[in-house]
Design a protein around this ligand. Structure first.
Ligand code: PBG
Length: 324
């Protein structure tokens, strides 16, 4: 059949018909909001490169938790900035470390699902995601440290541990450490295909990163897709419950390919630079920010993601409520 028998525009006659035939939708339960806590501050500190995002002092977890719940967002991922950084990132596994206190505070005062980013880059003075010897990352020594950090975060009450360091074997090391400590119910959301991306720039600003170099010996190069499938397959075999692709918009083909190949739930991380670009263009009235936000989120789901880590979580949840 061809025109005029088939008129595609019949499907777009009005908004209600469009809603009927919509193939993809987003709900506030799909969103995971990144939260930053900093031990060195006593009032909220706005992140200059991410308008609308603030770094919280630990004293704020109660209010922060309840305002997120009111927005309809049900999940958060926690990042911490510690008082002291050292070569070994030793503060990352303290039972009263910044992340652990934030996790405990959120769990005690809300029903949010609390995901804990597990990395050492916020805790090391060199800013790398692992233990460095003579300028080189020691993968397997780092895994021992990751295991300890995971257990300390689970003890604080984290529901899901999300290792973001891209060390080989990190998922199985963390699974074993958690199981040995009787945390077999704690999930692992693996940053499986994490690319070495310039879109992380504003995040490093948010966590006061001391990082100068680059992460290309552990994060993936943007040219590769098949390699991402190998990374994901390994993580699935090592026991990852949820797999993640990061960033999202420039890597939609990776999300799509992963959806076709794997049956695990897929998370996509719409990273700081993606957020900053939309916010900056919107602030200049170059694009309609609210529409661009919803379009980007729906598109990430259409590509195959089940859930989206996004700095827009609360704003998008409000927009969804407004659209009802
Ligand atoms: C830590 C980590 C990073 C992000 C999440 N976890 C930074 C990095 O790898 O340099 C980036 C998140 C974002 O840009 O929004 N390893």
């Amino acid at each position: 059949m061809k025109y005029p028998e088939v008129r595609m525009r019949r499907l777009r006659r009005n908004r209600i018909i469009e809603d009927l035939v919509a193939e993809t939708s987003v709900a506030s339960s799909d969103f995971i909001l990144p939260l930053f806590f900093d031990e060195n501050i006593s009032t909220d500190r706005p992140v200059a490169s991410m308008p609308g995002v603030v770094n919280h002092p630990l004293s704020r977890y109660e209010q922060v938790g309840s305002s997120i719940e009111e927005s309809g967002v049900k999940s958060v991922i926690v990042f911490g900035t510690p008082k002291n950084k050292d070569m070994y990132g030793s503060q990352a596994s303290l039972s009263n470390g910044v992340s652990q206190r934030a996790i405990r505070g959120l769990k005690d005062n809300s029903n949010l699902v609390v995901i804990s980013d597990l990395c050492m880059c916020e805790y090391t003075d060199h800013g790398h995601c692992g233990i460095v010897h003579d300028g080189v990352i020691d993968n397997d020594k780092t895994l021992l440290q990751y295991g300890k950090i995971a257990v300390s975060q689970a003890e604080a009450g984290a529901d899901i541990i999300a290792p973001s360091g891209m060390m080989d074997g990190q998922v199985s090391a963390i699974r074993m450490a958690l199981d040995d400590a009787n945390f077999s119910d704690v999930l692992i959301m693996a940053y499986s295909a994490k690319y070495c991306s310039s879109f992380y720039g504003p995040f490093r600003d948010a966590v006061n990163s001391s990082f100068k170099g680059d992460r290309s010996t552990y994060q993936m190069q943007c040219s590769n897709s098949r390699e991402a499938m190998r990374e994901i397959a390994l993580d699935v075999n090592e026991g990852a419950d949820i797999i993640m692709i990061k960033p999202a918009l420039p890597y939609m083909d990776i999300i799509h390919e992963a959806r076709n190949r794997f049956d695990n739930p897929i998370a996509a991380y719409q990273v700081s630079g993606e957020y900053a670009m939309i916010q900056a263009a919107a602030a200049n009235n170059w694009i309609d920010g609210d529409h661009a936000m919803m379009e980007s989120l729906i598109s990430i789901k259409r590509a195959g993601a089940d859930m989206i880590i996004t700095y827009f979580a609360e704003k998008a949840a409000e927009e969804l409520r407004r659209m009802l």
